[in-house]
Ligand binder design. Sequence first.
Ligand code: IPM
Ligand code: MG
Length: 359
Amino acid sequence: MAVYKIALLPGDGVGPEIIDEGVKVLKAVEQKYKGEISFEFEKALIGGCAYDVYKTPLPQSTIDLAKNADAVYLGAVGDWKYDALPPELRPEKALLGIRKELNLFANLRPAIVFDELLESSTLKPEVIKGADIMVVRELTGDVYFGEPRGIDTINGKRAGYNNMIYFEHEIERIAHVAFKTAMKRNKKLCSVDKANVLDCSRLWREIITYVSKQYPEVELTHMYVDNAAMQLIRNPKQFDVIVTGNIFGDILSDEASMLTGSLGMLPSASLSDTKTGMYEPIHGSAPDIKGQNIANPIATILSAAMMLRYSLSLDKAAGDIENAVRAVLKEGFRTKDIASENTVVTSTSKMGNLIVTKL
Ligand code: IPM
Ligand code: MG
């Protein structure tokens, strides 16, 4: 029997509540495949809760646990209560830190519009119906990590600055992930940059174009990020796979989530060139609704499905989770964020339970 080690990093805010639901679902998978699949869960602190105990948001013990796991399952980090901390100690730093430590350079963020949720989006149903986009976001480079950075006095004036920088090899490896992803889908890749203004983007476009020669079956297009932001809500169905840098991907993936009705619907997988990946919802810790049992656990539960697929090669079980989510939505159950007329509003834990029953 295969035993998989899962590092659980619930984090802050609604993180613990949604991870609980994800674990429930994984345990149901274990039951369903009794004798074939088994999970060993081990928890560690990350973010603000880790700072409270260890005076650092990313303790070495958490990094070690993550590195030794088959997959990392993360909730969310951050709370207003840490806003006054210096940047190095803020919860967000832990998220960036663990991505870097595990070399998770490829972030897959699928935005799939479920027919059942057409009414939950703020966009017109005919615009979004059938949209199915995979955003491939580079995750360990760009202005997020570029040096130099800081707030200093330059020529007598205070200035804040960051460096948007991509090395050739960083663009090349994310390009391969994106083209391979497109090969498994509809073979269309749109690379998003700002090559009309940024040198960093000019190199990005050059390397993406160079790598495309190895994937002649994939139809490659390039789009400026401002246009892409507009096209995403004008006609999202034109997109299959989008590849872009860290900051543009951060912004466009939040935008793409609104096609699906809620930020609470979008899962993500962060991958390196080893098998250990990290799986987390794209939304944040939502401290305003923490502890109220109203957060949407679906993004987290769908992240578990991605974990089974990408790190553990359990495609069938991954599909089971996705079908269970769909079935529950079909029956009209919704958390508050995706509720519409004629639906039944359920709590975080009830949503988890319903999904478990379908498994
Ligand atoms: C995300 C988040 C993070 C990011 C923050 C919390 C550091 O917005 O995962 O999209 O900017 O990458
Ligand atoms: Mg973001």
